[in-house]
Design a protein around this ligand. Sequence first.
Ligand code: DQQ
Length: 516
Amino acid sequence: MTELTHPLATVPQDELVARAEADPLRPRFHFVSPAGWLNDPNGVSHWDGTYHLFYQYNPEGAFHHRIQWGHATSTDLVTWVDQPVALEPSEGPDADGCWSGVLVNDGGTPTLVYSGRAEGKELPCVAVGTPDLLSWTKDPGNPVIGAPPAGVDITAYRDHCVWREGSTWRQLVGSGIRGLGGTAFLYESSDLRSWDYLGPLFIGDASQGDPVDTDWTGTMWECVDLFRAGEGSLGSAPADGAPDVLVFSAWDDGETRHPLYWTGRYSGDTFEPEALHRLDYGGRFFYAPQSFQDESNRRVMFGWMQEGRSDAAMVEAGWSGVMSLPRVTTLAKDGTLEFAPVPEIEKLRRSHVSVPGHVMVAAGTSVETGVSGHQLDLELDMQLAPGAEVRLGVLTSPDGAEETLIVLSRAADGTPSGTLRLDRSRSSLDPDVDGEDKSGPLPMTDGRVHLRVLVDRSAVEIFANGKPLTARVYPTMGGGRVTLAATEGSARLLSFDAWTMAGIFDSTRNLIPEGL
Ligand code: DQQ
């Protein structure tokens, strides 16, 4: 094991795993690192029937420093096997960290394109893998791009999206142009090693909107991800008119703001934007998402559910960061994206409670759910009358002092719109955790809402009519009751099913995994 060198490495490495596993707030059916720090998903892929999830990892402790690429594999996207660390910093262009990147198939050779960090800046690097993807060799020519584009005053430069178009490779590197906004620089190569710069794919406008807005595009775009949201591959004529989608995480001066996406058309060397959308109403709690197309042609996305507790509390806990459940991304009729957890997750469902449906819930009344737990999958169908507001409470303490509220409301004028809101003001008695409200528009027809809520201790993922809201909560009282009440108007509860969820790791993990 490496020596403890960082001032935040106050917990001895051999105590980290035990510390992390003892934390009642640590999720049990989401992927988390063995202990220490986890952030972005990297190199997400499906290779010869095996899913690969690499991730930004610091096994030294629960803080971001000298990042390595952790690695786990799965055959079902549900249970994961820890594999040896894929990349770690070494002398040269990644001496201070192996930052985010992707995996591509170079004529059968697994190849990683990532950002090497050294001397305070990041540059593109390449590594090739053995056929089992377990052992990686860095390219002697790293960095493969020696500097950001000349003559452009950039805010930062890192992270990669790489795809094959005909006989050439194309690559985007996330960046920002000072005084203008976020951008992604486009490059081309025949061999993934020698790259020609083609120009900015598209430049955002940071002067648009207010920096506090939930859809402000920031001064730099991290983790850009470009894909076709339908039939056909990037660069081809869209058979079904499906848009291209440019996902990015808006960043500003060291602050991770929120993931957004443009729908539009990528053609030639540019992207013609059509509309800007929020990717997840939880904002920074679903950050740096990365997606891939699996062998059954589904677009599957993972995101980093970062913490809402203090740096000191993370260090003490011995772990930080949760990987979201993988979600299937599809195109909704209105041209936006919609999301659902992969159906494979249902394998983890255990005891089932069915709350009687077809009951009216009137303002001021509540339904006795009889459901309780810290690891739950809840699925509800409801119909809200115009002006109705319904609250589903989870992780509720016996006395109700702590409760996390998922609030659904329908516009009073009967239009097909409403709001999804997460009220965390009473989620925790701990005054130091993030309790900010999260919300966004909820499209609905005739007041109908299909709600799916996955509660995994401090990790909560909500999908309402396909719109996601992801966040973290830190209850202190150990409550697990589930409550349902109407506060305005009335709603018909059509169905309500609840399951407890099994955990995915049943034995103690190794901080530095050796694989099987
Ligand atoms: N995290 C990585 C960067 C990326 C950022 C470093 C996003 O490559 O820009 O761990 O969270």
